[in-house]
Design a protein around this ligand. Structure first.
Ligand code: PLP
Length: 470
C-alpha cells in the first residue's frame, strides 16, 4: 500500500468509524447471529490476488457488523464497560502507524519515557500511594490486562516468599495463596500458571456485602502456618466483578504486613472512580499493598487493551522476570539510567500503549474524566432508585457506584427468562451472576453515550418483560 493509497483508505476507515459512532445506538446491542453464521459467509480459501480496499470494507459492513456485540452502545450494560473514545482510537492508530516495539528503552526511548511519565500522572490523578511513583523504589507499567498484572504480581510474590530461588527450604508446593470467593477467576488461572497448585489456593468466605472476611483470612493463614505451609500471596479486590464488593484493605493489609505476605489489590473496574475525590474510599488501605492494578480500558475511555499495574518495590518484580540474553544487551540498559519494560511483564515485545492514554488524558483533562465517572455513577444510582421503588424487584448487593445487581422477586427460571428476552430483543445487553445462590441480573453503566433516557427506557422494558414472563 503506497502512502497515497493509505491516505485514501485511511480516510475511508476514519469516516466509517465516525459514522459507526453516530449509529451505534441503532444496532441490536448483543449480536443476534447463530454459531457459524459469520464463517459461512467467508470464502474457504484466502485470495490469491490482492483485493480492492473498498471490497474489504463492504464485507465489514455486510459480514462482520452483524456478528458484533456493540460494546460502545448506549444500551450496553453487560459485564463491565470497555470504553473506547475518539482520542484513544487515534492514539492507538498512531501507535500502529509508528509500529515500534518498546521492549527496551533503547528500542524507542519515547515509548518507555512517555509510559513512565503517564504512570506517574495516574498516581497523581487517582491519589495513589506515592510509593507507586517511578521516583520511588516502585513504579508503574502498562500491561495488556488485569489478568497479566495479577499473574506477574503472583510470580513476584512467589519468588519473594522463596527468597528468589536461593532459599532451598522454600518449596513452591508449600506456598499458599488467598483471595475471596468473589475474586475474579484470573487469580485462579494465575495460580495454575504459576504452578502453585489449586489445592494451595484458599477462597475466603465473604460477609453480607460480599467483601472478604478479614478474620477468616487471618484464621486460614494461622491454620496453614500450623500445618507447615508458607502463606505467600493475598489478592484483595476493590470492586468485585460480580457485585463491586470492596474487600477491607486496611485489615487485610495489616495481616499481610504482620506475616510478610505479598498483597496485591485488583481494582480492575472501580479504580477509575478514584479520579473523583468523593470516591477515593475505593482505595482506603491501599498504602499497604505491594502491588495494584486497574484497567483504564474499562471505565477510563481508553480502548482495550490497557491495564495500569503498579508495584511498591520494582526490584521484586525485576528479579522475578528479568533475563538478559546477549542479543538484548546495550549500553543504556547497562547504565541503570533507564527502564526496560520487558523486565516488568511476561512477553518481550510491547506496543506503544501509553500514546492512547496520553491522548485521552490530554483531550478530556482530569475534569472531563471526572465528569464521565460521575455521570456513570449518577445513572447507576438512578437505575437503583427505580428498582428500590418497585416491590416486584429487589436489590441483591450494595450498589455504591455504577453497577446494580437486582432480580425480580420470583424464581431463578423466570429471572433467567427475563434476561434472555431482554438480550434477544436487541434493545439492551445485560449479564447475570449468582448472589446468595440466587440468579441475579447485573446492570453496569459505563458508556459515555448512555443518557438518562436510555436508563428510563431500559427500566420500562425490564418491567414490561417481567410482566410478560412472570
Ligand atoms: C475485578 C476484576 N479483575 C480482573 C478482571 C479481568 O480483567 P482483564 O480482562 O483485564 O484481565 C476483571 C474483568 O472484568 C475484573 O472485573
Amino acid at each position: 500500500m503506497t502512502p497515497e493509497e493509505f491516505r485514501k483508505a485511511g480516510r475511508e476507515v476514519i469516516d466509517w468509524i465516525a459514522d459507526y459512532y453516530e449509529r451505534v445506538g441503532e444496532f441490536p446491542v448483543m449480536s443476534q447471529v447463530a454459531p457459524g453464521d459469520i464463517r459461512s459467509k467467508l470464502p474457504d480459501n484466502p485470495p490469491h490476488e490482492g483485493e480492492a480496499f473498498g471490497d474489504v470494507m463492504r464485507d465489514i459492513e455486510d459480514i462482520i457488523l452483524p456478528g458484533i456485540s456493540h460494546w460502545q452502545s448506549p444500551n450496553f450494560y453487560a459485564f463491565f464497560p470497555a470504553n473506547a473514545s475518539g482520542p484513544a482510537i487515534l492514539g492507538d492508530l498512531l501507535s500502529s502507524g509508528l509500529g515500534v516495539n518498546g521492549m527496551l528503552w533503547a528500542t524507542s526511548p519515547a515509548c518507555t519515557e512517555l509510559e513512565t511519565h503517564i504512570m506517574d500522572w495516574l498516581v497523581k490523578m487517582l491519589d495513589l500511594p506515592k510509593k507507586f511513583l517511578s521516583s520511588s523504589n516502585g513504579g508503574g507499567v502498562i500491561h495488556d490486562t488485569a489478568s497479566s498484572a495479577t499473574l506477574c504480581a503472583l510470580l513476584a510474590g512467589r519468588e519473594r516468599a522463596t527468597n528468589y530461588g536461593s532459599n532451598k527450604s522454600g518449596l513452591k508446593s508449600e506456598l499458599t495463596v488467598y483471595t475471596s470467593n468473589q475474586a475474579h477467576s484470573s487469580l485462579e488461572k494465575a495460580v495454575k500458571i504459576a504452578g502453585l497448585g489449586k489445592d494451595n489456593l484458599r477462597l475466603i468466605e465473604v460477609d453480607e456485602t460480599f467483601a472478604m472476611k478479614s478474620e477468616t483470612l487471618s484464621a486460614a493463614i494461622e491454620e496453614d502456618l500450623k500445618n507447615g505451609k508458607k502463606p505467600a500471596f493475598v489478592c484483595a479486590t476493590s470492586g468485585t466483578t460480580s457485585s463491586t464488593a470492596f474487600d477491607p484493605l486496611p485489615q487485610i493489609g495489616k495481616i499481610c504486613k504482620e506475616k510478610n505476605i505479598w498483597l496485591h489489590v485488583d481494582a480492575a473496574m472501580t479504580g477509575t472512580a478514584a479520579l473523583c475525590p468523593e470516591f477515593r474510599w475505593v482505595h482506603e488501605g491501599l498504602e499497604m499493598a505491594d502491588s495494584y492494578c486497574f484497567n483504564p480500558h474499562k471505565w477510563m475511555l481508553t480502548n482495550f487493551d490497557c491495564d495500569a499495574f503498579f508495584v511498591s518495590n520494582r526490584k521484586a518484580l525485576l528479579t522475578t522476570l528479568s533475563i538478559l540474553p546477549e542479543y538484548l544487551k546495550n549500553k543504556p540498559s547497562k547504565s541503570d539510567a533507564v527502564i526496560d519494560y520487558r523486565d516488568w511483564q511476561i512477553p518481550l515485545g510491547r506496543r506503544f500503549r501509553a500514546l492512547k492514554l496520553w491522548f485521552v488524558i490530554r483531550h478530556y483533562g482530569i475534569k472531563g474524566l471526572k465528569a464521565h465517572v460521575r455521570k456513570g455513577v449518577e445513572l447507576g444510582q438512578l437505575f437503583k432508585s427505580f428498582v428500590e421503588k418497585d416491590d416486584r424487584f429487589e436489590i441483591m448487593a450494595p450498589a455504591p457506584l455504577n453497577l446494580v445487581c437486582f432480580r425480580a422477586k420470583t424464581s431463578d427460571e423466570i429471572n433467567e427468562a427475563i434476561l434472555l428476552k431482554l438480550n434477544s430483543s436487541g434493545k439492551m445487553y445485560l449479564t447475570h451472576t449468582k448472589l446468595n445462590n440466587k440468579y441475579t441480573l447485573r446492570l453496569c453503566v459505563g458508556s459515555p453515550l448512555t443518557e438518562q433516557s436510555n436508563i428510563e427506557s431500559t427500566w420500562h422494558r425490564i418491567t414490561e418483560t417481567y410482566e410478560n414472563e412472570k
